[in-house]
Design a protein around this ligand. Structure first.
Ligand SMILES: NC(=O)c1ccc[n+]([C@@H]2O[C@H](COP(=O)([O-])OP(=O)(O)OC[C@H]3O[C@@H](n4cnc5c(N)ncnc54)[C@H](OP(=O)(O)O)[C@@H]3O)[C@@H](O)[C@H]2O)c1
Length: 308
């Protein structure tokens, strides 16, 4: 095993697969590095054949968690673009289809391309039906409330997901963009399997505000979104003064270092990087096996990551 690579303390025994982590108490383990489909369907997206190649590259490399959303699309006329793409990519995966968990979301709309919240129960119900169709399934594996809607009591939004779960349309309920207070409130309404919030070296609020720690304590998976910084900030990684020399020394990419750092925050963390190229998808998946020394982790923790 070369320097910088070994199985991490929070990882389950894998028998040759990439390391897996628990998605949540009542759910099976999934690859510690998932795949987020957003950039295959929003502005600057590649053509659909390229999108399928990228999803297949991630799956071929061992990814078993694919994150999507009804609103990963251009605008309201294109709702479900990413879900349909994921469904198409999975059509040819007869061998490992049962092993792959697809997580989608409801609670946001895209009027004329804008991003607006709508987590009213009636909207979530319609959105869930549409996602079932777009994904071509009878039951969605993980259905996440995309974001709380300030106009709607959280208990009402989560209550709608609990009903959909009882009706067999959703297997597990997840939350996204929530505080510890909101997770606690949601737990009084439905069993919460996982939480998806932003976490990367530039944005550490999920650590500072205790969401990651809370999820770990409750046995919930924490799905770190934008784990390399997101569409704009990830481009700062290759020239970063701490990551660049560390990456050269270890023979990995700065993006892989960022993912390894996020994964090292807690055994509850699963990262869901996006990619529009096969090369990036493969590189990110490889980060599941990259475990950094305490000194390298501390150096990244102490480094400045400007959001400017
Ligand atoms: N719940 C929410 O509100 C929410 C919000 C945002 C995102 N998400 C989820 O999180 C996923 C990821 O978030 P994100 O797209 O904002 O951030 P990200 O994955 O940190 O960054 C996106 C871009 O970084 C580049 N990248 C990633 N890994 C790379 C690697 N190993 N080498 C080189 N470049 C790499 C890719 O560029 P290329 O495209 O050029 O390959 C990718 O498009 C989304 O797909 C979505 O599933 C959820």
């Amino acid at each position: 095993m070369r320097e910088g690579r070994k199985e991490g303390p929070g990882d389950l025994k894998t028998d040759g697969m990439i390391p897996r982590r628990s998605l949540g108490l009542d759910a099976p383990p999934v690859s510690a590095v998932g795949y987020g489909g957003m950039h295959l369907s929003i502005q600057d997206r590649p053509d659909e054949e390229q999108g399928i190649r990228v999803i297949h590259a991630a799956l071929d490399a061992g990814v078993t968690l694919v994150d999507t959303a009804d609103v990963y699309c251009l605008d309201h006329r294109d709702i479900g673009h990413n879900e349909r793409l994921v469904a198409r990519a999975l059509e040819s995966r007869q061998g490992d289809r049962d092993d792959i968990i697809v997580a989608t979301k409801g609670g946001i709309t895209r009027p004329s391309g804008r991003w607006e919240t709508d987590a009213r129960p009636q909207h979530l119900r319609v959105a869930c039906e549409r996602s079932l169709q777009a994904l071509g399934v009878e039951r969605i594996d993980l259905y996440q409330l995309h974001a709380p809607d300030p106009r709607v009591p959280l208990a009402e939004s989560v209550g709608a997901l609990a009903e959909l779960q009882q009706e067999g349309k959703i297997r597990w309920v997840g939350l996204s963009n929530v505080s510890v207070f909101q997770i606690r409130e949601a737990e009084t309404v439905a069993p919460i399997t996982s939480v998806q919030n932003r976490l990367n070296p530039f944005f550490r609020e999920a650590l500072a505000e205790g969401v990651v720690e809370y999820c770990a304590g409750r046995g919930m998976g924490f799905l770190a979104y934008s784990p390399t910084g997101g569409g704009r900030l990830n481009r700062k990684l290759p020239a970063h003064p701490v990551l660049q020399p560390m990456a050269a020394r270890l023979g990995v990419t700065p993006h892989a270092l960022a993912l390894a750092w996020v994964l090292a925050r807690s055994p509850a963390v699963i990262v869901i990087p996006s990619a529009r190229t096969v090369e990036h998808a493969r590189d990110s998946t490889g980060a599941a096996e990259l475990v950094l020394s305490d000194a390298d982790l501390s150096a990244i923790t102490a480094a400045e990551f400007s959001r400017a």
